[in-house]
Design a protein around this ligand. Structure first.
Ligand code: C5P
Length: 372
């Protein structure tokens, strides 16, 4: 395996490799406004960072290829329902090898920070689903920004990184921040509501995540949202069919102004501990995702039948997030759902988890890329 040399930055020798991790997310609340001329929809969203993390190792050197200044390799892992640690999955790694080009969000993050003359290699240890509505690509970008910032000793502040991140993808700032956060604008203007923890505590929430066989593209779900909104109101008004009742649910007025967020009924509901948030969960994109993938509603019903308190779609889907009272209950739901139709796999996790972090070493379950 090639080892990269330390970049020489002045007289000081920078580290030869830096590891950073960032969490995935579920959306506890997601309200969507009408499409704007930019092609984006204004959002009000509440993110919860969860303990499933992406690890990115960044190395600097000059042998990553003459025309490619950032080289990326993704190693994919799966978490079996009863297992404590993810395991490397060679088939999935091969399946997603095509993502390892310059368009990869982590590669673009590294490229945005890379000074002239420095080549970078990123190894992504991926546990989050690809195109799963859990911000896996954004977590990779958040971890890459942080790893490269430390590797090249750029001394960019958290605010600098968030600013760079939001240009890469709307969810990147949430992955940097962690905890429970309120996102406005495209969901990228963040405000922390509750901090995340390194380990589960008595206050943590337990989730079973159910990953669908096939990913769902975010732009496709937003386009379907526009189509359904037109059908309901004749315009793409700031309303969307409600996931549970089929009625319309306007953007919560107090949440549309960043200065008036605290005190809103929706936000208070989603600030509760544990399963206290169940009644306040909301996802305006759910009807659009169900319209494209009707089997997702069946998956949700199975989660309830297996004992989950409530289920919802994470972001634009297709990952189904089932809220559970306890870790044991989450494990039972997870075991029940494995092997169900249209289900690729399940995982038990908790939140709110902390945001991006650097590490001295990779977790023991990560393999060396020389081993594949
Ligand atoms: O932010 P990101 O680049 O991941 O978004 C991917 C696509 O999803 C956008 O190009 C747009 O089509 C759609 N999108 C949207 N409104 C948002 C976020 C994403 O329409 N707030």
């Amino acid at each position: 395996m090639t080892r990269f040399a330390s970049p020489d930055i002045g007289a000081h020798k920078a580290p030869s490799s830096v590891i950073a991790s960032a969490p995935g997310k579920v959306n506890l609340g997601l309200w969507v406004g009408p499409i704007e001329s930019s092609g984006y929809h204004p959002l009000t969203t509440v993110f919860e960072s969860v303990a499933m993390r992406e690890y990115v190792e960044a190395e600097a050197g000059d042998d990553v290829g003459s025309d490619e200044r950032v080289c990326v390799q993704t190693l994919v892992y799966r978490l079996a329902p009863s297992a404590r640690e993810p395991r490397f999955d060679r088939d999935l790694t091969r399946e997603f090898a095509s993502l390892d080009g310059p368009a990869n969000l982590a590669a673009r993050a590294a490229q945005a920070l890379r000074p002239a003359g420095v080549s970078l290699r990123l190894t992504i240890h991926k546990t989050l689903p690809v195109a799963g509505g859990m911000a896996g690509g954004s977590a990779d970008a958040a971890a890459a920004l942080t790893a490269v910032n430390h590797l090249l000793e750029l001394r960019l502040t958290d605010e600098d990184l968030a600013e760079r991140g939001r240009h890469l993808g709307a969810d990147v700032p949430a992955c940097l921040l962690g905890g429970v956060s309120l996102g406005l604008g495209r969901g990228d203007r963040m405000r922390m509501i509750a901090s995340g923890t390194a380990r589960p505590t008595s206050q943590s929430r337990w989730w079973t995540l159910v990953f669908a066989e096939k990913g769902l593209s975010t732009p496709r779900v937003f386009a379907e949202f526009d189509r359904l909104s037109m059908a309901v109101s004749g315009t793409t008004e700031a309303t969307a069919p409600n996931a549970s009742s089929g009625s319309t649910s306007p953007m919560p007025p107090a949440l549309t102004n960043p200065g008036e967020t605290i005190g809103s009924r929706e936000l208070l509901g989603l600030s509760r501990k544990g399963t206290g948030i169940a009644g306040a969960l909301h996802n305006a994109l759910a009807p659009a995702a169900f319209s494209l993938r009707p089997e997702l509603e069946e998956i949700g019903s199975r989660c309830l039948a297996a004992g989950a308190t409530k289920w919802m779609l994470s972001g634009s889907g297709p990952t189904v997030a089932a809220l559970c009272e306890t870790r044991d209950q989450a494990r039972r739901v997870s075991e029940e759902l494995v092997g169900a139709p249209a289900v690729r796999g399940t995982a038990v996790t908790w939140g709110p988890a902390r945001g991006v972090r650097t590490h001295h070493r990779l977790p023991s379950w990560c393999i060396d890329r020389g081993e594949i």
